[in-house]
Ligand binder design. Structure first.
Ligand SMILES: *[C@@H]1O[C@H](CO)[C@@H](O)[C@H](O)[C@H]1NC(C)=O
Ligand SMILES: *[C@@H]1O[C@H](CO)[C@@H](O)[C@H](O)[C@H]1NC(C)=O
Ligand SMILES: *[C@@H]1O[C@H](CO)[C@@H](O)[C@H](O)[C@H]1NC(C)=O
Length: 311
């Protein structure tokens, strides 16, 4: 009997000690689950919890690092300068225009289109060639005489959103030419409009009249010609850098030339243009960058034997 009681007592004792142990249990300091996380953890729970601890921090902070280069400009202007042997004027023109356009924040590339062949000067064909060469850089252009410097900062060279074609050296402002249909000197157009009028004629060799023919193209295409308004500097708006005595103009006329250069040319233009690029150079004058394109223009001797002076 006493053995039976002893067994019962032992079972009761074990039962109570189990209950006491269970109730008084505390995790030991060496229990790894109690120390969790012992070191900074890379597990996803910790990462998703992190923003909750700093709710005032804007979530976009990380993506707003300052840009390393300025954003690409919306528009870039091709300043196309028809050129041959005018280095004195060019050394003044390039740095002057670069500063002038920078003051207006006008993104630009100056392209000096140099006629490097032996034919007579063909300003119109150089402008057509310049149009082809500047296709990838620029979405609008200005045909710019090298000897004409704008003096008034209110003459805008910005993209002519709703006023292309824009004749900047208007008859009231140009130092020499005052007739109503004058579009020479400095004329700005969007590339789209230049294409629409099929560029300029290719058959005008020698000095002058290609701009009068361009006026007819603009009219026939139904484009409205715009000019600066509110400019108060009159005939002091441009400086004309040209000395007629030093550089006589090629005003000679041979054979059919006189007749052909006094009417609208409906045959030639951008789509009949033929020229060869001899070289293109990245150059600068006093820190002002420009491109020099050396070109050989193609002469159609059948149609325009007057592209050379008769020997
Ligand atoms: C050109 O940009 C500068 C700096 O962004 C600005 O201060 C200046 O007013 C701008 N000038 C013109 C003519 O927009
Ligand atoms: C420039 O304009 C002024 C004032 O209108 C006039 O007196 C002067 O003769 C003009 N000069 C030239 C070169 O046309
Ligand atoms: C001229 O500069 C342009 C970038 O503006 C570059 O693509 C081209 O390769 C350069 N040409 C030469 C001959 O260095």
């Amino acid at each position: 009997m006493s053995l039976w009681r002893l067994l019962t007592l032992t079972i009761i004792l074990l039962y109570f000690s189990a209950i006491i142990l269970f109730l008084t249990y505390q995790p030991s300091p060496f229990d790894t689950t109690a120390l969790y996380p012992p070191t900074p953890c890379k597990c996803p729970q910790i990462l998703t919890l992190a923003p909750v601890t700093t709710p005032s921090e804007p979530a976009t902070t990380l993506s707003e690092s300052p840009p390393t280069s300025p954003p690409r400009p919306l528009h870039t202007l091709a300043v196309m300068v028809p050129f041959r042997d005018r280095w004195e004027e060019l050394t003044e023109f390039v740095p002057y225009m670069h500063k002038f356009l920078n003051r207006q924040n006008v993104s630009h590339e100056i392209w000096v289109i140099n006629q490097a062949d032996k034919h007579r000067f063909n300003r119109a064909m150089l402008m057509n060639s310049g149009f082809m060469l500047t296709e990838s850089c620029c979405d609008y252009l200005v045909m710019h005489d090298v000897d004409l410097l704008p003096l008034n900062d209110h003459l805008s060279y910005a993209y002519p959103t709703d006023y292309s074609p824009y004749h900047i050296s208007s008859p009231e402002l140009h130092p020499l030419y005052h007739y109503k249909k004058f579009v020479g000197g400095v004329l700005m157009m969007t590339r789209e409009h230049f294409k629409r009028v099929n560029g300029l004629t290719n058959i005008f060799w020698g000095w002058g009249r290609e701009d009068d023919e361009l006026y007819l193209r603009i009219k026939e295409a139904g484009l409205q010609l715009h000019r600066p308004a509110g400019i108060t500097t009159g005939n002091k708006t441009f400086r004309h850098n040209h000395d007629r005595k030093v550089r006589p103009r090629d005003m000679k006329s041979y054979g059919t030339q006189w007749r052909l250069s006094r009417r609208r040319d409906r045959e030639s233009g951008l789509h009949t243009l033929k020229f060869e690029v001899l070289s293109i150079h990245n150059m600068s004058i006093n820190g002002a960058p420009f491109k020099l394109a050396n070109l050989e223009l193609h002469c159609d001797y059948q149609k325009t034997p007057f592209c050379d002076h008769p020997s």
